[in-house]
Design a protein around this ligand. Structure first.
Ligand code: CP
Length: 335
């Protein structure tokens, strides 16, 4: 059994199905607090170091909100230029220093492997919020949690499902982590739809195939949209040498209501890790899908808070004490 307390979360490779089950079970218990029906002060006095050296909206703010919802406080750094990394400080020294201010650290950085390197200098658990094009383990967990919930409402399971991953599968770290997590399940069909130059790395395909799953490689969204889950991704322009290079691929795969109606099953679940690129030249996930009940993108966002609350509770060893520190919500809440 995976030991969570006091340990880093760097890669989805750490988790087997039992560990995933434990995270999901803990996430389910966080619902009343995320929905403001109750509050808990279980992490009163604890500090999260939220260290984001690369742009983020969802991951950074939801890590902070998740920690606050458990009663803890948050200290943040945003951007490389406002940190001493810009003065040549090593990741090891930065980690040694920041970990003396915090009980747990969430970190994002543009280089693959950087969060693991940082963790070697840290005296407290480090959670990977995305390291370059390598991994985004908490996004993969919230995606998997969402897939399980969405499929179960269609009386389906992750075992035996068909997922189509679309877009920039080379640089998109969310699809790397999600594919590795899904490898732990049974008999999944993966349709991997991307421009040839932005194909899923061979290393990830090998993991899926060696686990006995079926892989279909394609450059055609419309011919492959008959999936249970359609997981779209953005062209990761920040990983390209220049914007012109990324422009070659922008807008190649677009989903809107008309394409969905023509090519998808009536209950195909539409997912995207966000941000979706809504600029006209990309418009990868049209806003005319916003009222489609199968569009799960904002449910993914909400599930992200539950998953991150669960990971903090498990990492700091308080998952069984959350209810004990419960109290009433005193303010007006629409949730
Ligand atoms: N999904 C995701 O990682 O979003 P942000 O870049 O806004 O954190």
């Amino acid at each position: 059994m995976t030991e969570f307390t006091g340990n880093h979360i760097l890669s989805v490779n750490q988790f087997d199905r039992e560990a995933i089950g434990k995270i999901f079970e803990t996430a389910n218990t966080m619902q009343p607090y995320a929905q403001r029906k109750k509050q808990t002060r279980v992490l009163d006095g604890a500090i999260l170091g939220n260290m984001f050296f690369e742009a983020s909206t969802r991951t950074r703010v939801s890590f902070g909100s998740a920690f606050n919802l458990l009663g803890g406080s948050v200290r943040e750094t945003t951007g490389m230029s406002s940190s001493a990394l810009a003065k040549g400080e090593s990741l090891f020294d930065t980690a040694r220093v920041l970990s003396s201010y915090a009980d747990v650290i969430a970190m994002r950085h543009p280089q693959s492997g950087s969060v693991a390197e940082f963790s070697q200098g840290s005296m407290v658990p480090v959670i990977n919020g995305g390291d370059g094009s390598n991994e985004h383990p908490t996004q993969a967990l919230l995606d998997l949690y969402t897939i399980e919930k969405e499929l179960s409402s269609n009386l389906q399971t992750i075992d035996n499902m068909h997922i189509a991953m679309v877009g920039d599968l080379k640089y998109g770290r969310t699809v790397h982590s999600l594919s590795k997590l899904l490898a732990a399940y049974k008999n999944i069909t993966f349709s991997l739809i991307s421009p040839k130059e932005l194909a899923m790395p061979d290393e990830v395909i090998s993991i899926i195939e060696n686990a006995g799953h079926k892989v279909i490689i394609s450059q055609d969204l419309e011919g492959n949209a008959d999936a249970d889950i359609l997981y779209l991704t953005r062209i990761q322009e920040e990983r390209f040498e220049n914007a012109q290079e990324a422009n070659k691929y922008r807008g190649q795969f677009r989903l809107n209501q008309q394409i969905y109606t023509k090519h998808c099953k009536s209950n195909t679940v539409i997912m995207h890790p966000l941000p979706r690129d809504s600029r006209m030249e990309a418009n990868e996930l049209d806003t005319d899908l916003n009222l489609n009940p199968n569009l799960a993108i904002f449910r993914q966002v909400e599930n992200g808070v539950l998953i991150r609350m669960a990971l903090f509770a498990l990492t700091l060893g308080v998952e069984d004490k959350v209810k004990q520190h419960e109290c009433e919500v005193t303010w007006f809440s629409r949730k």
